[in-house]
Design a protein around this ligand. Structure first.
Ligand code: PPS
Length: 305
């Protein structure tokens, strides 16, 4: 990716008029503009997140809920082959849209995306067309996870010391822009679209995954038995997913790009690992920033369990 450690974000205005500071390349601009015109199907299921908020985890859960908890089938096929990618990163081959357009009509499309809400296809802007699940994670752990991802992903520029990366995170100088804007917009929109948008917190999933999976199944209008819910929860527990090569990226095309000696994709999967990274003063500064930026939020995060 042409992201650079010290480069200031560039203001980019997309074809629908939405402006966001991005650090991505020209290809990203094209992919996003093309994606705005993408036709949505009523049975599409979208998992949206700010990167490193638990995308992979929720993708696996959602797919299993929609496929009768068939873990055997899930293990046979790489997660990335079960999902299309809307707003694919410029560093990854393809633009994501070709696969999505070629998806057989008779099958629901499973789609992941890190795009901010305003850059989802035009059809989704004013109307609830399909089901969308948004996963949010407390920004401290989200930032730490992203930091390690930048360290291990050979296509990303070395993030430098954690403090520098933290500054980029709070300034929104990362490929999908500001964590704050991303989360807040999805949260606001989801308040009026309860039947089509579901907002889930990583920390709640950690605390009570079975209850959260049940609620998700209800949202997705899938009738799963208690046994099936147990199967999904066990299959999707961190220790299980970390050893599952259909989801842990050890078998995927990304395996050549991810340096697992530096950091694993399935790294820790915890709430509160930020405490091992933030200094006291970084934490104070961050809390100050967080208090100001979220002063009028109705959404609250747990930073510890
Ligand atoms: S990506 O690249 O944006 O799609 O990454 P994403 O999947 O969003 O985030 C990766 C982080 O999610 C953790 N993870 C999990 N946590 C708990 N339980 C399960 N099952 C699980 N699966 C993935 C993963 O370990 C990354 O977080 P960190 O904190 O780095 O460990």
């Amino acid at each position: 990716m042409s992201e650079s450690r010290n480069r200031a974000p560039r203001e980019e205005t997309f074809s629908n008029g939405f402006t966001m500071p991005i650090t991505g390349s020209e290809k990203m601009r094209q992919v996003i503009n093309e994606g705005l015109k993408m036709r949505i199907r009523q049975d599409d299921v979208i998992v949206a997140t700010y990167p490193k908020a638990g995308t992979t985890w929720l993708q696996e859960i959602v797919w299993l809920i929609c496929n009768s908890a068939d873990t055997t089938l899930a293990k046979k096929t790489l997660l990335e082959d079960r999902y299309g990618w809307m707003g694919k990163l410029p560093s990854v081959p393809g633009n994501g849209l070709e696969e999505l357009n070629a998806w057989p009509r008779e099958q629901s499309r499973f789609i992941k995306t890190h795009l901010p809400f305003q850059l989802l296809p035009n059809e989704l802007q004013n109307e609830a067309v399909c089901k969308l699940i948004y996963v949010a994670r407390n920004p401290k752990d989200n930032c730490v996870s992203s930091y390690h991802f930048h360290r291990m992903n050979k296509r990303l520029t070395d993030p430098g010391p954690f403090g520098e990366f933290l500054e980029r995170f709070t300034q929104g100088n990362l490929v999908f822009g500001s964590w704050f804007e991303h989360v807040n917009k999805y949260w606001q929109v989801s308040r009026g679209r309860e039947r089509s948008m579901y907002f889930v917190l990583y920390e709640n999933m950690k605390k009570n995954s079975k209850e959260e999976i049940k609620k998700l199944a209800k949202f997705l209008e899938k009738d799963l038995s208690d046994t099936q819910i147990d199967i999904v929860a066990n299959h999707c527990a961190f220790d299980s997913m970390k050893d599952n090569d259909s989801v842990n990226f050890s078998r995927s095309v990304a395996s050549g790009v991810f340096d697992s000696d530096v950091s694993k994709f399935m790294r820790k999967g915890q709430v509160g690992d930020w405490k091992n990274h933030f200094t006291v003063s970084q934490n104070e500064e961050f809390d100050d920033w967080y208090r100001k930026t979220t002063a009028d939020w109705t959404l609250a995060f747990d930073f510890v369990m």
